[in-house]
Design a binder for this molecule. Structure first.
Ligand code: ASN
Length: 350
């Protein structure tokens, strides 16, 4: 038999849980089983021409599907390793995932699977597969189509008729079917009529050179609060920030600061940050504004952050910045390498 080329291989569909596969229980919606049979049944309700153009896939389920609100960095790590192991036998991957923390998993996968040479597409749904008027089937169909397109060579999210870069996306709405946005990067593709149209010039494919550079570090030491996310508010006290930063388990923190990169002019607060930096904790800042990036030091009100050693997260999402801190801190890198890599785009996140 001639060797299969990558497009002859089936897709891998990996079910991790989420509303898409949930069933009603006495305690509310809860992840259901038998997803393979249920999905196949749902796909047979598509018009025959659309069924016929779907790529072949092989479905596997994690042992215990979860509501993604329960996910931790250890789930990201398991997912990264599972995909990396199985990728050679598949043309692409679709991950069925709960929407609540889908953007966090997508961001983490983008760092773990750097340089990936085929599509890894996450999707989920706002309504269970069997619910009346559910968005689930349309999302799965879209994800399968994009995952079968060999021109897509990155981790992406197919949702509500659109394809977003995974490490740029955020869950933006609690109810709408179009629940995800990519505030600082254009769409990678979208559904136009019945087609899944990819915009290749926006993808990472043209930057990928050489073999994939997967990095699959062990997140265990950071999974239990190793990195904190601290949003400023008017009236925040140095004492409160110190309480976060003095935690001996804490190795890094993401600060969500004002506007273009400003913080309160409070010497005690800045001193607290500088002390944590001096102890080797990796501190980074992004804006609380969803759109646009920051330039630390543009205003005097942000210069204190620079002096305290805080790194600029530019226009990264909180999901991208925090998962990046975890990813870098989990590796045996010098502090200088961690800082330099945080400031560099690893997978189109900034
Ligand atoms: N709570 C669900 C989850 O994230 C929400 C969803 O999937 N729509 O697993």
């Amino acid at each position: 038999m001639p060797p299969l080329n990558s497009t002859d291989r089936p897709l891998l569909v990996l079910y991790t849980g989420g509303t898409l596969g949930m069933l009603q229980t006495t305690r509310g919606l809860s992840p259901g089983g038998d997803i393979g049979v249920r999905l196949e049944r749902a796909l047979t309700t598509l018009p025959p021409s659309r069924q016929a153009s779907l790529p072949p896939y092989r479905l596997i389920s994690v042992t215990t599907p979860i509501d993604s609100s329960a996910a931790t960095p250890l789930d990201w790590q398991r997912l990264g390793r599972e995909i990396a192991d199985r990728l050679p036998d598949h043309a692409g991957v679709v991950v069925l995932h709960g929407t609540d923390t889908l953007a966090w998993s997508a961001a983490s996968l983008a760092y773990q699977l750097q340089g990936v040479d085929r599509p890894v597409v996450l999707t989920g749904a706002m309504q269970p597969l069997e619910a009346e008027g559910s968005d689930a089937l349309a999302n799965v169909e879209l994800a399968l189509r994009f995952a079968a397109n060999p021109s897509l060579k990155e981790v992406a999210i197919a949702f509500g008729g659109r394809l977003l870069r995974g490490v740029r996306a955020r869950k933006w709405h609690t109810r709408k079917n179009s629940a995800f946005e990519s505030p600082n990067y254009p769409l990678l593709g979208e559904r136009v009529d019945e087609d899944a149209v990819l915009y290749p010039t926006r993808g990472l494919a043209h930057q990928q050179r050489g073999a994939p550079r997967f990095e699959l570090p062990d997140y265990t030491s950071l999974a239990d609060g190793g990195v904190a996310r601290i949003a400023l508010w008017p009236g925040i006290s140095a004492r409160q920030v110190a309480a976060w930063l003095s935690d001996p388990h804490l190795r890094g923190a993401l600060l969500e600061v004002w506007g273009g990169g400003n913080s309160p002019d409070d010497p005690a607060l800045l001193e607290t940050l500088a002390r944590a930096s001096g102890e080797g904790k990796l501190l980074a800042a992004i804006s609380q504004c969803p759109h646009g990036g920051i330039t630390l030091g543009h205003y005097a009100a942000g210069q204190g952050l620079v002096d305290a050693g805080v790194l600029s997260g530019d226009d990264m999402t909180p999901e991208a910045a925090l998962t990046k801190l975890i990813h870098l801190l989990a590796q045996p890198l010098s502090e200088q390498e961690q800082r330099q890599r945080f400031l560099t785009s690893l997978s189109g996140e900034r």
